[in-house]
Design a protein around this ligand. Structure first.
Ligand SMILES: Cc1ncc(COP(=O)(O)O)c(C=O)c1O
Length: 400
């Protein structure tokens, strides 16, 4: 029997990197008078706005809440439609359905998994005139062609809500992802597998101050606390100022708040974003070298062409048929070697709920991407020898 010291640690496909200063930041927040909304909420928002280059950042409880609130901010509603690429996490499409609107799925490039201006145009031609918005998803970390998508979307009179849950720390041309240089609102997730972690957390960035104010109201039940907006006569004192206890509800919102405890972690993690992004880029470069001998069976992620990627996932494309082994077997063999892998994603238009709403929809790019994709471990704390270990295990799993 091997001594326990020889057992190599399990490498998940993604995980957070928590350091001593993160622990200390959370400890301080726990000992402060505030556990939920306190001073760290606006501090995280200011830091995140500065990082992304947007005028405003609104922190929320997770990326799904960010997408839902962004959809509500543009007043997406029943009887309307939004375009979502099929290669995404279900949350992007679900946010549209939460508003009662219908989803028209766009196809994606079979190599990158990204929606393109051409696949958007194809979706627009299938979509009804009630279409109001498009949700480009920066799958795995590289940005979509936002200049092309935005130009097309604007010419069709659509709002652009970017799902950048995978892409924090990346760029689009000369701008940071989240600067809203091309879109109206950008949504982020800080789930632990993402580049920075809050446990659960998300944010929306925008350059529209009124929209940001509306988002902040909507994340906290829809309560209005500004006296000049009060409608009830008893809301104000004789001098016209609002009564100190007063709030009004004009439209119900949600409790999508992010607490101070998690904002403390977010502030601390944000300080390391540039390092984490650099480490991830270096790991992707190492993977490209280490996987080169597996060509043409395995294709590493394509070089991004619309900016620098803020890599979230290391998704390789595998020709399972040519390798003579199926994906489940490869995943099983990797797991036996202590290596986690995952599939991102099952095309959302194939999910029973959405397939029932658009029967017979064929999106060959999404199907082709899905057929070969496999996410291998990628997180900031990985070392070069971890990458070599994954490449060796994948070689063995493919029978080589
Ligand atoms: C593309 C995409 N959009 C939205 C979400 C939802 O984010 P959260 O898990 O923080 O709700 C995720 C999470 O994995 C995602 O990958």
């Amino acid at each position: 029997m091997k001594p326990a010291g020889d057992v190599q640690p399990f490498l998940p496909y993604g995980r957070q990197t928590i350091e001593d200063d993160d622990l200390e930041a959370v400890r301080e927040a726990l000992l402060s008078p505030y556990l939920t909304t306190g001073p760290l909420v606006p501090r995280f928002e200011a830091d995140f706005a500065k990082t992304t280059g947007a005028a405003e950042a609104v922190v929320v409880s997770n990326g799904t809440a960010a997408l839902h609130l962004a959809a509500r901010a543009i007043k997406l509603d029943r009887g309307q439609t939004a375009i979502v690429p099929s290669l995404t996490f279900v949350a992007t499409a679900n946010a549209v359905r939460y508003c009662g609107a219908e989803v028209v799925f766009a196809d994606v490039d079979p190599v990158t998994g990204l929606m393109t201006p051409a696949t958007l145009l194809d979706a627009l031609r299938r979509a009804p005139t009630s279409t109001r918005a498009v949700f480009p998803v920066h799958l795995n970390g590289p940005s979509c062609d936002m200049a092309g998508i935005s130009e097309l979307a604007k010419s069709w009179g659509l709002w652009v809500i970017e799902d950048a849950c995978h892409a924090v720390g990346g760029t689009q041309g000369d701008s940071s992802v989240g600067a809203c240089a091309y879109g109206d609102l950008t949504c982020f997730s800080f789930h632990p597998v993402k580049t920075i972690a809050m446990g659960e957390g998300g944010a929306i960035t925008t350059n529209d101050a009124a929209m940001a104010a509306g988002l902040r109201r909507d994340r906290s039940h829809g309560l209005i606390r500004e006296a000049d907006a009060f409608r009830l006569p008893e809301s104000k004192k004789a001098d016209g100022a609002g009564n100190p206890w007063f709030y009004e509800l004009h439209e119900p919102g949600f409790n999508y708040r992010a607490p101070d405890i998690l904002c403390a972690l977010g502030i601390s993690q944000l300080k390391k974003l540039a390092r984490f992004v650099r480490q991830r880029r270096d790991l992707v470069a190492l993977y490209r070298e280490a996987l080169a001998p597996l060509a043409p069976l395995v294709t590493p992620p394509a070089e991004p062409v619309h900016g620098e990627a803020g890599w979230h996932l290391l998704a390789v494309k595998i020709n399972f048929a040519a390798a003579g082994v199926d994906r489940a077997t490869v995943m099983g063999r990797l797991a036996e070697a202590g290596i986690g892998s995952q599939v991102h994603y099952i095309p959302v238009h194939r999910q029973p709920y959405y397939a029932a709403r658009a029967p017979g929809l064929e999106l060959p790019g999404a199907d082709a991407y899905y057929a070969g994709c496999l996410s291998l471990p990628l997180f900031a704390a990985m070392t070069e020898s971890d990458v070599l270990r994954v490449a060796k295990a994948l070689t063995a799993a493919l029978g080589g």
